[in-house]
Design a protein around this ligand. Structure first.
Ligand code: MRU
Length: 356
């Protein structure tokens, strides 16, 4: 998608270096950063220079490529694979990408290993782009149906950033929106600010602005009243881990939006590529929920009145704060899952039928 009119992807490989858009600097600075070692890739995931389930999976795959460039040695590769899987706990895409890479690499010892690793990492990215595009075309039908009935702007609420910045291109939740816009359907997005890291404000609104899609940032607690007023036609969010029974783990606050949507008969869809499905965990309470540093809550960064980036403390110095990064929305509150293969019910039967 575009930034200042120029097409970008979120990650690419050039001259033995992995290039990323440093998302900790958006929206005020656009900086392309070089990842030159496996350590750089692990750090980029941890500090969220790259974030979003599909993108951290792709970065992990490229992290293995960088590890082979550094040292072509199976035990170093295995250690890097473990460190990458542990760099963030909640999104299943990390493990999915590493398992896929290691299946190809663990028995290769010759000098072909780099070529095989690089091809697989590139394939993971290409596949994600294709899948996100298909998610867009499948989700477009939902937006079109609402538009044909309403004959007016379709208002879509989204949480966090499940946009192209969270994937390689297109995004998951935003892909149907981009496709609707391209087709000339008038859409407007309510972007939940998404405290504490403000992915909705810093990333979703930013990327929609760059694609000229009308959007409004709202404080996280605003969605409920907008739904009561009939100002939300549908919600589309992403997911970091979808259980086989249709329960959806996504950015903290998603659950409360789903409850409000349920109470107001607003359709609540979750968009995902199949790489986000965890077929093993049966009970959502077993999903590892990331708890991040409380400084992400107590401190905030922005532009000062001279246009310089500044970080300030906003909480009382003596206060404790807790920073859980994800929550789970039970399947009963999910109207449907928008996948690369089509839209299905959030249930075991429907997911099995679609993917197994
Ligand atoms: O903590 P983040 O920014 O990595 O969380 C991202 C999300 O919760 C997204 O909604 C999810 O990864 C889906 S991305 C297509």
């Amino acid at each position: 998608m575009k930034i200042e009119g120029k097409e970008y992807r979120t990650i690419w490989f050039e001259n033995n270096i992995v290039k990323i858009i440093d998302q900790t600097k958006l929206p005020h600075q656009f900086i392309i950063k070089d990842l030159k070692s496996a350590k750089d890739a692990i750090n980029a995931i941890k500090v969220m220079e790259v974030r979003g389930a599909p993108l951290i999976g792709a970065t992990a795959a490229y992290g293995l490529v960088l590890s082979i460039i550094e040292k072509n040695d199976q035990s170093f590769l295995k250690k890097t694979a473990e460190d990458l899987i542990n760099s963030r706990p909640t999104a299943i895409n990390l493990k999915w990408a590493i398992d896929r890479m290691m299946n190809k690499l663990s028995s290769v010892n010759d000098n072909k290993i780099l070529e095989i690793a690089l091809n697989e990492a590139k394939e993971i990215c290409e596949e994600d782009v294709k899948f996100c595009e298909s998610i867009g075309l499948n989700g477009l039908k939902i937006i079109e149906k609402i538009y044909n009935k309403k004959k007016d702007t379709v208002n879509i609420l989204t949480h966090c950033n499940a946009g192209w910045l969270a994937t390689i291109n297109w995004g998951t939740a935003t892909s149907p929106i981009y496709h609707a816009h391209k087709k000339g359907i008038p859409v407007h997005v309510w972007a939940d600010e998404t405290r504490p890291r403000n992915q909705g404000a810093n990333l979703t609104s930013y990327e929609l602005n760059e694609e000229k899609i009308p959007n409004t940032i709202i404080a996280d607690n605003t969605g409920g009243i907008l739904m009561q007023r009939g100002e939300v036609d549908l919600c589309i969010v992403g997911t970091d881990r979808t259980l086989a029974n249709g329960d959806v783990c996504n950015k903290i606050g998603t659950y409360l939006k789903a409850l409000a949507a349920h109470d107001n008969n607003v359709p609540f869809y979750v968009a995902l590529p199949s790489s986000t499905i965890d077929w093993n965990i049966k009970n959502f309470k077993d999903i590892p929920i990331e708890e991040r540093n409380s400084k992400e809550l107590s401190h905030i960064e922005g532009l000062d009145d001279k246009g310089k980036i500044k970080k300030v403390q906003i909480y009382p110095t003596k206060s404790k704060a807790m920073n859980l990064a994800f929550d789970v929305t039970p399947a009963k509150y999910v109207t449907g899952l928008i996948t690369e293969k089509g839209v299905c019910e959030a249930s075991n039967d429907a997911l099995q039928k679609m993917f197994k």
